[in-house]
Design a protein around this ligand. Sequence first.
Ligand code: ADP
Ligand code: MN
Length: 255
Amino acid sequence: DKQMKQIEDKRAKGRVFKKDSSFLKAEENVFDVPTLKLLYSFANKGFINELGGSISTGKEANVFYAIGNEGEVAVKIYRINSSTFKSMDPYILKDPRFTHIRHSRKDIIFAWTQKEYQNLLRINKAGIRSPKPITFDRNVLIMEFMGENGVAYPSLKEIKMDDETARNFYDQIIENMRRMYVRASLVHADLSEYNILIDTEKEEVVIIDVGQAVTLNHPNAREFLTRDIENIKRFFKKFGIDEPTKEILERIKLK
Ligand code: ADP
Ligand code: MN
């Protein structure tokens, strides 16, 4: 339509986004007119100067690389037309911070984006290495890019390591879970080798994807914590690590 054409014309002039970026080639439902307008408004404010390629296309969100006034950033865009938004319900409607929101798909997605921003703030404050949140609006979250020179850190799943290195990462993860629990009063609730990146140079774990993280007073917090622990245990088993769940729980709750 006309609005879209205007935005397209601006883009074609190369005012904001690189012409050859994979931005507009991605699934078109990410880039409905309101989302495009929002990206332009972020561009006008200097949060995005150059939008690079797609880092990831997930079930609910697309992540893009960009450069803004703050340096390298990751732009996470939740798709309004995502068909899996129903799966967000248990993580948001029962979180005491978000029980008041309207239950439409759009409102849940906007609240989810805000929740991820707030969780990132709390998690960073707790001394956990994770992307620093920069800004958010509606369905778009801009955060620190975890990587270097346009290359994102690999996930824990992707790297090759010996048992000793694995033990180091395992201990860092449990310590991060402890900080999240004790200092931030949060349970990640989707912790796995996919949502942990590795800064290979510093040999440091980075926790990502915290939109579903819930406060400790969420009715399912305990169940989510046990599930996170079981995921981590399953992954590290092949490196000879087999700590009883009870002992891990004690470590996580240690003040
Ligand atoms: P999803 O809900 O789709 O799993 P994630 O937040 O896990 O969303 O992001 C998907 C992928 O995008 C991650 O596995 C990671 O490779 C990349 N990614 C996400 N956030 C960042 C970031 N801040 N810096 C670098 N890469 C990121
Ligand atoms: Mn993820």
